[in-house]
Write a protein that binds this ligand. Structure first.
Ligand code: GDP
Ligand code: MG
Length: 170
């Protein structure tokens, strides 16, 4: 079995960090500066008979008014292309903040037929863990998600659980 998995989310939510964590190597550039990765980065993970092809997909958050800038147009089209034939999408957001850019990414996922798993990242930074559940309920109501998984891409917390959810859709 071979499956394509797109990792999407606004800049700085931890797409590259998650990808590196899943693949167990530093193939993707992580940075505090947004848009360090302008190109899609792919990585293959083989587990027994199953191959997961992960695509780190930047450029999903670009607002309509900015889409005519050449680099943005390029990223935007590449993102749309990448989502066309995937088996599963991992949509990453930050643990506390829902921004306009998250909303744009979510809107662009409306037309995606593949199941979308919501990964709520950076939970290691949560000071009050009790705030997580209401937040998960709030964002969980914005769309039908195949699963909602709180993770820390940086520390690896719950990342195997996220991968198990992905594996259900190949
Ligand atoms: P991308 O723009 O979505 O690819 O985000 P990056 O993977 O480059 O991460 C942006 C920043 O967030 C980096 O400084 C990462 O170290 C940090 N980061 C990513 N995941 C986590 C996490 O789970 N916890 C914490 N505390 N920081 C994280
Ligand atoms: Mg990145």
């Amino acid at each position: 079995i071979c499956g394509f998995v797109a990792i999407v989310g606004r800049p700085n939510v931890g797409k590259s960090t998650l990808m590196n964590r899943i693949l167990g190597q530093k193939i993707s550039i992580t940075s505090r500066r947004p848009q360090t990765t302008r190109h899609q980065v792919r990585g293959i993970k083989t587990e027994g008979e199953t191959q997961f092809i992960y695509v780190d997909t930047p450029g999903m958050h670009i607002m309509a008014k900015d889409r005519n800038k050449a680099i943005n147009r390029f990223m935007n089209q590449a993102a749309t292309q990448a989502l066309r034939d995937v088996d599963c999408v991992v949509f990453i957001i930050d643990r506390t903040r829902w921004s306009e850019e998250d909303q744009i990414v979510l809107q662009r996922l409306e037309h995606v037929k593949a199941p979308v798993i919501l990964a709520v990242n950076k939970v290691d930074r949560l000071q009050d863990k009790a705030t997580l559940l209401p937040w998960l309920e709030e964002v969980g109501a914005r769309r039908e998600f195949a699963a909602i998984v709180p993770i820390s891409a940086k520390h690896g917390t719950n990342v195997p659980e996220l991968e198990a959810e992905v594996a259900k859709h190949l």
